[in-house]
Design a protein around this ligand. Structure first.
Ligand code: MLT
Length: 236
């Protein structure tokens, strides 16, 4: 039977198997929810980069550029990291370069994987459908916060484990733990996450509507996948 593993933060990635594995990167608040929304609204490609300097290089080559640090847009860049920014006509057909505090870093660290997919609650069922057709083991890489574990990405990992548990064995305790947390919290995720670190951080910045939005399940039938250095929408 195929296995599903959960890496709770990129700082633990060296302990997990990335080669011969499909990695699903999750940064529920907000990078991967934002990317999924952007593809659902017609963006052409997103180049995820780890640093602000790299993002500026792409901007100078004519890309729209999104840069976020500590949940705020970085000066000098057109776009931020809110899914609502990507719900407009300007985005349709655009090529975007993006750097975020944790999400894009997690994607760039997963490059040795067989495939890198971008996951969020918004495209959970699309990810499930895609993985069911694959023959490789899966690892969910939770982006966390600056090397620390966070609750929302772990809950996403648990949701994926729950939906895949008939076709994938749980590799070890991190997958069991994520699944049990999701089981506890799934009836009311906003309440379960109420005192979590990034929710408090976003609320201090007045970003409540992104929180509610990013916790919706199965809004979009789109799976961003890394091809070379760019994310594109997977063809089904
Ligand atoms: C990140 O990549 O760390 C996040 O998307 C931060 C945010 O909420 O803007």
């Amino acid at each position: 039977m195929k296995q599903i593993d959960v890496c709770l933060t990129p700082d633990l990635l060296h302990l997990h198997q990335v080669e011969n594995t499909i990695v699903v990167v999750a940064d529920v608040f907000r990078a991967t929810s934002c990317m999924v929304t952007a593809f659902a609204h017609g963006v052409n490609t997103i180049v995820p980069v780890a640093t602000i300097d790299e993002c500026r290089d792409w901007q100078e080559r004519g890309y729209l550029a999104a840069a976020e640090r500590n949940a705020r847009r970085v000066d000098g860049f057109e776009l931020d990291n809110s899914p609502f920014t990507y719900m407009n006509e300007q985005i349709r057909g655009a090529n975007v370069a993006m750097t975020t505090t944790n999400g894009t870093l997690a994607i760039t660290r997963s490059r040795q994987a067989v495939k890198v997919l971008v996951g969020s609650f918004l495209n959970l069922e699309a990810i499930v459908r895609c993985l069911k057709t694959e023959r490789y083991d899966v690892m969910v890489l939770c982006a966390g916060w600056k090397g620390r574990v966070n609750l929302e990405d772990t809950l996403f990992a648990g949701a994926l484990v729950e939906r895949l548990k008939d076709s994938y064995a749980m590799a070890e305790d991190s997958a069991i733990m994520a699944w049990r947390l999701y089981e506890q919290g799934k009836e009311n995720l906003p309440a379960y996450l109420a005192n979590s670190s990034h929710i408090k951080r976003l609320q201090r910045l007045g970003i409540q509507k992104d929180i509610t939005y990013c916790l919706q399940h199965d809004l979009y039938d789109v799976v961003p996948v890394l091809r070379g250095n760019a994310l594109v929408a997977m063809e089904f």
